[in-house]
Design a binder for this molecule. Structure first.
Ligand SMILES: NC(=O)c1ccc[n+]([C@@H]2O[C@H](COP(=O)([O-])OP(=O)(O)OC[C@H]3O[C@@H](n4cnc5c(N)ncnc54)[C@H](O)[C@@H]3O)[C@@H](O)[C@H]2O)c1
Length: 258
């Protein structure tokens, strides 16, 4: 996608310190956006902010925030609009895995709450803290765009990741409801990644290979996904090329979800 189509526009990325969020910080700032990076991991957030700033020479603002806590989210939204005069792109992306690996009949209440609160309630809280102002932004034809990170797990429903899969199925439903509620001013679309080397897999291809082997899983396109595989789709959804698309799910899985 050619051109600095986000010049003069702001982007807010949750889970911005690592993985897809960090990739998005490079991608969106290189397209001209000033960026707020939100993450719970203070040290990594600081490191990522410095690196992105050095590379892209754009305004990158780090905000430490747990997206599952409404008081922190509201303070984060307030600070965001003090630092930026608009949030055109909201990349609602922060999330976590559930490593307890229990089947649905054995899930502990504390694991259920933790995963739902971060993966599903967190996206809802962040969206609601920003959308009121985003809707009133004077851009044409759209006032803003929200892109949510879900997962192929919301479709394939792994028996050992019930809380994660249910939380992401919730994200798909939530995004569609927001898309209806916010049309025609704001588009809302969802990216469903497959298996990509990021912090959620401890940045280890070996770990992913072992996991794929254990599950007898073959990726049709013959390789593990990268951060760029997701940020390429993000860039399309952030660009004017996708202005007529809302409420849709984009599976980025190398064919794993066929
Ligand atoms: N990597 C994959 O293969 C894959 C596949 C499907 C979906 N996803 C989704 O992609 C999104 C990004 O994850 P990633 O793969 O880049 O992993 P990652 O661990 O590299 O990045 C996730 C970031 O979210 C942050 N975070 C976690 N809990 C938070 C909270 N409560 N508040 C604020 N920030 C928080 C983490 O500190 C981390 O920096 C997640 O929603 C994840 O579920 C990843």
């Amino acid at each position: 996608m050619e051109g600095k189509f986000l010049e003069g526009k702001g982007a807010l990325i949750t889970g911005g310190a690592s993985g897809f969020g960090r990739g998005a910080a490079y991608t969106l700032s290189e397209k001209g956006a000033d960026v707020v990076l939100v993450d719970i991991n203070e040290d990594l957030l600081e490191e990522t902010t410095k690196k992105v700033q050095q590379t892209t020479n754009k305004k990158i603002i780090p905000i430490v925030c747990d997206v599952s806590k409404s008081d922190q989210v509201n303070a984060m939204a307030k600070q965001t609009f003090e630092e930026l005069d608009n949030v055109f792109i909201l990349f609602n992306n922060a999330g976590m895995a559930d490593y307890s690996l229990r089947d649905i009949t054995k899930v502990k209440e504390e694991d259920w709450d933790r995963v739902m609160n971060v993966n599903l309630k967190g996206q809802w809280l962040v969206a609601n803290s920003l959308l009121k102002k985003m809707r009133k932004q004077p851009f044409e034809p759209l006032a803003g765009k929200m892109i949510c990170t879900s997962s192929q797990g919301s479709k394939l429903l792994s028996p050992i990741l019930p809380t994660y899969c249910i939380s992401k199925a919730g994200v798909n439903a939530m995004a569609k409801l927001f898309a209806k509620a916010l049309a025609p001013k704001i588009t809302v679309n969802t990216i469903l990644p497959g298996v990509h080397t990021t912090g959620i897999y401890l940045n280890s291809e070996d770990l992913i290979k072992t996991m794929l082997k254990a599950g007898n899983t073959r990726i049709p396109l013959g390789r593990i996904g990268t951060v760029e595989d997701v940020t390429n789709v993000l860039m399309f959804l952030a660009s004017p090329a996708s202005d007529y698309i809302t409420g849709q799910e984009f599976l980025v899985t190398g064919g794993l979800a066929i």
